[in-house]
Design a binder for this molecule. Sequence first.
Ligand code: ZN
Length: 150
Amino acid sequence: MFDDLRDLYQEVIFDHNRNPRNFRVMENADRKVEGFNPLCGDRLTLFLKMEGNEIVDASFQGSGCAISTASVSLMTEIVKGKTGAQAEKLFKQFHEMTTGKEEDVNLEAIGKLAVLAGVREYPARVKCATLAWHTLDAALKNEEDSISTE
Ligand code: ZN
């Protein structure tokens, strides 16, 4: 990865960590799921407002490291207006980007989430980046009210 691009990605992560988007309690949420990454201590509560199969609003509360906060902040922005199936597809692509081989990653498909591609080089941080998505996955499946990455 070019150094300029890496700097830009880091700037986006810092920005979302300093000023998280959609950081609020949603009073009328249809789905509320807690996520926990014991490896790092990241905790979040994800709120979703659904209309049929569409995610019309997403927000979160919690505290975690810069990577986990930036990841959930970016995710709540990106999944708004998407259907559950579209969000699940993004999750799959995000998971491939953070754990798979570099050449298999379609950075165009993943858009803004590409700023987190660098965590692939730090296996201990992958769970920080994917916690938000595992929590979203549980919320969409509506199976559990809390999940842990362990
Ligand atoms: Zn973390």
